[in-house]
Ligand binder design. Structure first.
Ligand code: ZN
Length: 255
């Protein structure tokens, strides 16, 4: 049976998401920014929390873990390289490992850059990817613990996923990301159309994700740093792609 997901907001602009296997009844929270909205989501769906799959160690992704584990005794799965900064960890995972939620099978893709060793969780049969703060819709996370070159490699790993993969990310930043992306690619027609769609969604109080990898590939400048027209637009024609990526990321930091 295919996976079911339930998306909701936590804190100021964090996404929370529940991933449910209807066959076994197991339900995973992808990150746990805070306990109360996760519990409200469980109540709304009637699902029972069995697992928390953590993408990275930042407090706005882990703040609810202790309280939820205390209440539900759920299994906490965290990236091996960051487990020391995450409470109540039961299992750690590394690049290429499999994570199961009942019959749902996910693969861990370690995507360094935002932090040193975050897990991006990819469920190929369900065409779902949970990218934490590595990839946002029309954006990417700040490069804090890794290098720009590492983050660019992480972008390439995610860009290589099938076009119909649905991207879930850690924050509702899409509208602001599009405003910035238009400064890099003012003539990108698909990006302009996405901008109109996102404005409509936000105006109606709706979420702007999941996006697809296929759409992100043509609209997200951070996945497009190896295109000649993008390099040209930031004055770096002929430079290595990671340098173009770094320039775009630095411009976004100042935007
Ligand atoms: Zn983060």
């Amino acid at each position: 049976m295919p996976a079911q997901t339930h998306l909701f907001m936590c804190l100021k602009d964090n996404f929370g998401v529940l991933l449910h296997d209807p066959g076994s009844g197991r339900t995973a929270a992808i990150d746990a920014p805070e306990a109360a909205p996760v519990e409200a989501a469980l109540k709304a769906t009637g699902w029972k929390l069995t697992d928390i799959l953590v993408t990275h160690h930042h407090g706005d992704h882990t703040g609810g873990i202790e309280e939820l584990k205390g209440r539900y005794r759920c299994r906490v799965v965290a990236p091996d390289g960051e487990a020391g900064g995450i409470p109540e960890v039961d299992e750690t995972v590394r690049d290429g490992d499999t994570v199961r939620v009942g019959a749902l099978e996910g693969r861990v893709i370690v995507t360094p850059g935002h932090t040193s060793a975050p897990s991006t969780l990819y469920f190929p049969a369900d065409k779902l990817v949970f990218a934490g703060d590595t990839l946002f819709s029309i954006g990417c996370g700040r490069v804090i613990e890794g290098t720009m070159a590492q983050m660019w490699q992480s972008m390439l790993k995610l860009r290589a996923l099938p076009d119909d993969t649905m991207v879930h990310c850690g924050h509702e930043y899409t509208l602001a990301n599009i405003r910035f992306a238009k400064t890099i690619e003012p003539d990108n027609k698909a990006l302009a159309e996405r901008g109109d769609e996102v404005k409509r969604l936000r105006g109606a109080g709706k979420f702007t994700i999941p996006a697809t990898i296929g759409a992100e590939k043509v609209e997200n400048p951070f996945l497009r740093a190896d295109l000649p027209e993008v390099a040209k637009s930031v004055g770096l024609s002929g430079s290595p792609a990671w340098k173009v990526f770094a320039e775009i990321r630095e411009r976004k930091n100042r935007f």
